[in-house]
Design a protein around this ligand. Structure first.
Ligand SMILES: [Zn+2]
Length: 381
């Protein structure tokens, strides 16, 4: 399995060299984009990657010696990225073709086989200089590439992308399954009746963020003070993202460990955002789902996503009767069989059923009835 390991690099004055390398890498990127565009305008066809690569290599030797700050294979990695982005654009995965990028917004460079040497625990040589990073866990597998990344507040991270990583033993089967309904009031409602609340870090930091943005807007463009103010805003954003990511990883691992099969409903996030605004982004449903999927793959669990157009809220999970459920109605009272249940729990059970239908041959049991409700906290102990 392919996996990456990311660590934060220790601050030191030496990092300015990596900073400079990323600046140069952005210059090469922009040059490559310009060349490719111009070639298309002149000849009406795409420029071959090998041709572009040899041209850039020539420039690096002759007209642009300062490009030597970037390793020759890193230059190739830049063109690799450019062509991957073009492919993704033609396939329709991304909406816009790759284009020019501001130096400030260019984030990283990648080393393939050369240009780095791991010296020991938390120590690495990159482009001839030694650096230290906070190695919080062992790096396993075979290192394929090393990427140095800077973020807007000039923190540097180093990422080792490794092949053939041996995964830890898969979690023992528990025989439990659950359907989960995303909501704004409770982040997740499980078909077992459990509700999971999520932190809203952006809401908590909103006052700080507003203040930082107000300060920024009053600074003169291009001034040093504006630069500092911009970093302050970026710092608040980073804190918010850190809190959200940390919680989501822990929650995803917990859910995946407890349940053999998890069913989620995909959401129409654009529509939700229009209806509910900032809170949707702050909860980060989509990011959570990606993390849960990765965790499920790692621990050998099943995670099923069902279509968002299934009428999961409107259907009674016992008798299948359908009725209208306006948003303010929190309890589902079935007109067909008289079943009374929490709106979201009913939806969660329907989601689980829909997921099971997608996965025939699934025989594991759902705990039903209040006496067998599984609380996630009990599994954490
Ligand atoms: Zn019913």
């Amino acid at each position: 399995m392919r996996q990456s390991f990311q660590f934060k690099m220790f601050r030191s004055k030496r990092l300015k060299h990596l900073d400079r390398t990323i600046d140069v890498a952005s210059e090469i990127w922009n040059h490559a984009v310009a060349l490719k565009n111009r070639y298309y305008k002149l000849y009406g066809k795409g420029l071959l990657k090998a041709k572009l690569q040899s041209h850039l290599a020539k420039l690096r030797r002759t007209r642009c010696p300062h490009w030597k700050a970037v390793d020759s294979q890193s230059v190739q990695a830049i063109t690799d990225r450019l062509y991957l982005a073009w492919e993704a654009f033609f396939k329709g995965d991304i909406k816009r073709p790759p284009t020019f990028r501001k130096c400030r917004k260019y984030r990283s460079f990648t080393l393939k086989q050369s240009g780095y040497k791991v010296l020991g625990h938390g120590r690495i040589k990159v482009l001839g200089r030694n650096y230290r990073f906070n190695q919080s866990r062992p790096i396993t597998g075979i290192v394929k590439t090393v990427t140095v990344r800077r973020d807007p507040i000039k923190d540097f991270h180093i990422t080792f992308s490794c092949d053939q990583v041996v995964q830890p033993q898969q979690a023992p089967k528990t025989g439990l399954t659950a359907g989960a309904d995303f909501g704004l009031k409770d982040f997740l409602t499980l078909s077992t009746g459990e509700k999971i609340a999520a932190p809203q870090p952006l809401k908590a930091e909103l006052r700080h963020l507003r203040k930082a943005q107000r300060v920024l807007s009053r600074k003169q463009k291009g001034s040093k003070a504006r630069k500092h103010a911009r970093l302050d805003v970026a710092r608040v954003h980073k804190k918010v993202a850190n809190i959200r990511n940390d919680w989501q990883w822990k929650q995803a691992r917990m859910l995946v460990t407890v349940f053999d099969l998890l069913v989620f409903e995909t959401l129409n996030l654009k529509a939700m955002q229009q209806l509910w605004g900032r809170k949707v982004g702050d909860l980060g449903f989509a990011d959570f789902l990606i993390k849960a999927q990765w965790m499920a793959k790692k621990l050998g669990r099943d995670l099923v996503k069902i279509d968002c157009w299934e009428p999961t809220t409107k259907t009674c999970h016992l008798c299948g009767h359908r009725q209208d459920m306006p948003l303010n109605m929190r309890t589902f009272v079935c007109d067909g069989c008289g079943n009374v249940e929490c709106r979201d729990v009913n939806a969660g059970r329907n989601i689980l059923e829909a997921g099971r239908r997608l996965r025939p041959g699934d025989t594991s049991k759902t705990p039903s009835g209040a006496s067998v409700v599984i609380t996630a906290e009990s599994h954490l102990l």
